[in-house]
Design a protein around this ligand. Structure first.
Ligand code: GDP
Length: 189
């Protein structure tokens, strides 16, 4: 995919007309620090469309980025950062659950990003179950693959496959671009 334009449109915290304007949505979900911002930037060949390494847990909005005036990359807030207040955690959790369970919101694809070294959290497992339940077209991405050697990578992948009941995991590194083409093809083709 050739990216001609990429711009931040808006952040939402509840229902909004942007959800229903007819442009396809590609949504990204992941725990804080898994590299979600880096994966999105890598996909659209931008250095800083989404700010990398921002203070974890800061964003409690769902951010819409318009690409080529055609579709949205939808960045859901990162969850699971320990230092965030319980209220904020609840708010983030509810926002994600709302986006993936509201029957009127139908993203074209949802990408769930994991840090392959850290593996699945309970909320990741819950999310995957809901994605399956609600009939979403989703992709699980094991990011930061560059951090593990071959043997550890294989072990972690096995655990992730068992925990998610999913065979098809995209092995990815935003740093080395491993798996970047694979992910782009699965998303946009
Ligand atoms: P987010 O909180 O999920 O949006 O994560 P960020 O994209 O901000 O990345 C968190 C940290 O992980 C940053 O320091 C990134 O440079 C780093 N990072 C992201 N992806 C990778 C990767 O594939 N490999 C490695 N080694 N580091 C990564």
């Amino acid at each position: 995919m050739k990216v001609k334009s990429a711009e931040f449109k808006k952040g939402i915290v509840g229902t909004d007309r942007i959800l229903f304007d007819g442009k396809p949505q590609f949504a990204f979900i992941g725990r804080s620090n898994v590299g979600k911002s880096s994966v999105i930037n890598s996909l659209v060949n931008q250095k800083n469309l989404v700010k990398v390494g921002k203070k974890p847990g800061k964003t409690t909005e769902i951010n819409f980025f318009l690409i080529n005036n055609q579709f949205y990359l939808v960045d859901l807030p990162g969850y699971g950062y320990a230092k965030v207040s319980p209220e904020k955690k609840e708010k983030i959790r509810n926002l994600i659950l709302w986006y993936i369970t509201d029957p009127e919101i139908r993203p074209k694809k949802i990408v769930l990003i994991l840090d392959v070294k850290a593996g699945l959290t309970a909320f990741d497992e819950e999310t995957i179950e809901l994605l399956r339940d609600r009939g979403h077209d989703y992709i699980i991405v094991a990011n930061k693959a560059d951090k593990l050697n071959k043997k550890d990578l294989a072990e972690q992948l096995e655990q992730i496959k068992n925990g998610s009941h999913e065979e098809n995991i995209v092995i990815h590194s935003a740093t080395t671009k491993l798996g970047a083409n694979d992910l782009a093809n699965r998303l946009f083709n």
